[in-house]
Ligand binder design. Structure first.
Ligand code: GDP
Ligand code: MN
Length: 385
């Protein structure tokens, strides 16, 4: 789960990481008052889950409170297009005000989970403000990497190495030691998958500040952090994924044309593999879970069919805990209530599979029931060829 800059900064501040003063105004009057409290000047920043806002007109310097109010009004509700949003852009639903600071140096710092090495990867660069992918591609020698073993955690030697790479000395170096330790603790305590500070700045008065921040939280760890649930912004997620999570289903959008309704992540992987083996491409996969009810199957069907990229649907259910006859009833109910405009191929195996297949065959609906997974994949791929 990604969160907004203002939320990331709230987390940073709560962990003792230095950020510029900021505020989230509800209207232009409040925007003006917040700028006033900063001494007049403020950076007005559109809050969307995408970077590159500066380039797209989503970061503006206001010289006085009236300008801050005007930028607030302009940005609120606008569709912001940046190099990271895609051509459709994102609607701005919150605007953050940050105290304008005089920047001496812009740097880059991030922590992320490196699954390959089971370490926390730290990336740092003197090229702050730029996208790190660009630095990696054009000036890889300017990208400093460090692996931190989560079992032993971060130590002063790590801070010294990073500080040397970023050219920090004296007072700024001392600030950085505390800064890095706090960022690391935030990362670990909140089960983050990414904390990216870009730019990390040294101000003209020698202060180290996180000027922009992007944080991704591990969805699988959200149960351990109920207090972070308020940071979820459904507007920034795909509508299908939001709807699926409302029903306790897992939906993942992909790029192909075959919708997949499956129970269990492992079976979903196998289903996608075999679809690809037969020359097709999955449009999505929807995991109805181990104990799928008739109602869940119906909802799942609705979500898959609403995806306009779907040209055919493959239902692949192994009845271990779930009963195939219940799944069949869910499919039939969905098919009767919805206008199904694409071929549907069903493969049922396991508990009450015969009864499920029988129900489907007797339903009078235009569904293809396949003998096994290989046949199901071949039929569904052929149906859109
Ligand atoms: P992004 O484009 O979405 O990554 O948004 P950022 O928050 O990183 O802002 C983009 C750029 O705006 C930064 O790299 C800075 O150069 C500039 N900027 C942001 N805040 C300030 C500020 O308080 N003072 C100054 N002088 N520049 C700022
Ligand atoms: Mn940035």
């Amino acid at each position: 789960m990604n969160i907004h800059e203002w939320q990331a900064k709230e987390l940073l501040a709560a962990h003792g990481v230095a950020i510029p003063r900021g505020g989230l105004p509800a209207d232009a009057v409040e925007a003006s008052a917040i700028a006033e409290s900063f001494g007049g000047r403020a950076v007005v920043k559109a809050q969307i889950h995408a970077g590159g806002r500066g380039k797209g007109g989503g970061v503006k310097l206001a010289e006085n409170p009236a300008e801050a109010a005007a930028w607030f009004d302009r940005m609120m509700g606008m569709t912001l297009v940046t190099p990271q949003t895609g051509p459709k852009g994102r609607v701005v639903r919150a605007v953050y005000l940050s105290e304008a600071v005089a920047i001496d140096r812009e740097l880059y710092l991030s922590l992320l989970v490196d699954r390959g090495s089971s370490r926390v990867a730290l990336l740092a660069s003197t090229e702050g403000g730029m996208e790190i992918e660009q630095v990696a591609a054009e000036a890889p020698q300017k990208l400093f990497r460090l692996a931190i073993d989560p079992a032993t955690g971060i130590g002063p030697h790590h801070a010294r190495d990073v500080a040397a790479a970023l050219g920090f000395h004296g007072e700024v170096f001392r600030q950085f030691q505390v800064f890095l330790l706090n960022v690391y603790n935030l990362f670990i305590k909140n089960d983050c998958s990414l904390v990216e500070i870009n730019p990390l700045v040294v101000t003209k008065s020698g202060e180290l500040l996180a000027l922009d921040a992007k944080i991704s939280l591990d969805d699988n760890a959200m149960a351990r952090h109920p207090e972070l649930a308020i940071y979820r912004d459904p507007h920034e997620e795909s509508p299908e994924e939001v709807e699926a999570s409302r029903y306790g289903l897992n939906f993942i959008k992909l790029d192909g044309t075959i919708g997949c309704m499956v129970n269990g992540a492992g079976l979903a992987m196998a289903t996608m593999d075999i679809i690809k083996l037969c020359g097709g491409e999955p449009a999505n996969f929807l995991d109805v879970g181990g104990g799928a009810s008739e109602e869940a199957v119906k909802n799942a069907f609705g979500i898959i069919l609403r995806d306009r990229a779907v040209k055919a649907v493959l239902v692949n259910i192994f009845g271990g805990i779930v009963r195939c006859d219940l799944v069949a009833r869910g499919i039939i109910k969905a098919a009767r209530e919805m206008d199904i405009h694409v071929p549907v191929v069903v493969r049922l195996e396991g508990t009450n599979a015969d009864e499920g297949r029988h129900l489907l065959a007797e339903s009078g609906l235009d569904l293809r029931v396949a003998e096994d997974l290989g046949a199901a994949a071949r039929i569904v791929v052929a149906s859109i060829a």
